[in-house]
Design a protein around this ligand. Structure first.
Ligand SMILES: [Cu+2]
Length: 151
């Protein structure tokens, strides 16, 4: 009887040990997953930070435009209709119709998507400097700040 009780005790201990082991493994896996996802999202930022350590991000210059007109290379076609008076109105109107605010560089004809759709509104059709980090995979700037471009 004593022996049997002792064996059960050992068995219980073994189960407890293996449970603890599984828990440790599980926790480790979770931690790894968490660090994987965070390193994934911060990887592009790290790259740009290396190039511009002073601000912690890159600066991008261009004009705040709507994605629709940026796709056409400018507001010209929209303005031809006569309903819309100027670039600012066009940008705001196109955004209302579902276009996204983007940063458009007319010199290089480059369009960047912006992950912040609130800050750009007040700068519609203005030349600006956007500070942030670029996610090259999605061509999206993670916006830290927007300021009027010095001319
Ligand atoms: Cu437009």
């Amino acid at each position: 009887m004593r022996n049997r009780a002792g064996r059960i005790g050992v068995k219980m201990k073994k189960i407890a040990v293996s449970l603890a082991g599984a828990l440790i493994l599980f926790t480790a896996a979770c931690n790894q997953q968490a660090s994987n996802t965070s390193s994934q999202s911060s990887a592009p930022a790290d790259q740009s930070q290396a190039a511009a350590p002073a601000t912690g991000g890159h600066t991008f210059t261009g004009e705040i435009m709507d994605s629709m007109c940026a796709g056409m290379g400018g507001h010209e076609q929209m303005l031809q209709g006569g309903k819309i008076k100027n670039a600012k109105e066009c940008t705001l109107e196109c955004a209302k119709m579902g276009a996204k605010y983007v940063l458009y560089n007319p010199a290089t004809k480059t369009t960047y998507e912006l992950d912040d759709q609130k800050k750009p509104e007040q700068f519609a059709a203005q030349k600006v400097t956007v500070t942030g980090s670029l996610d090259a995979a999605t061509n999206t700037i993670h916006v830290e700040s927007i300021a009027p471009a010095k001319s």
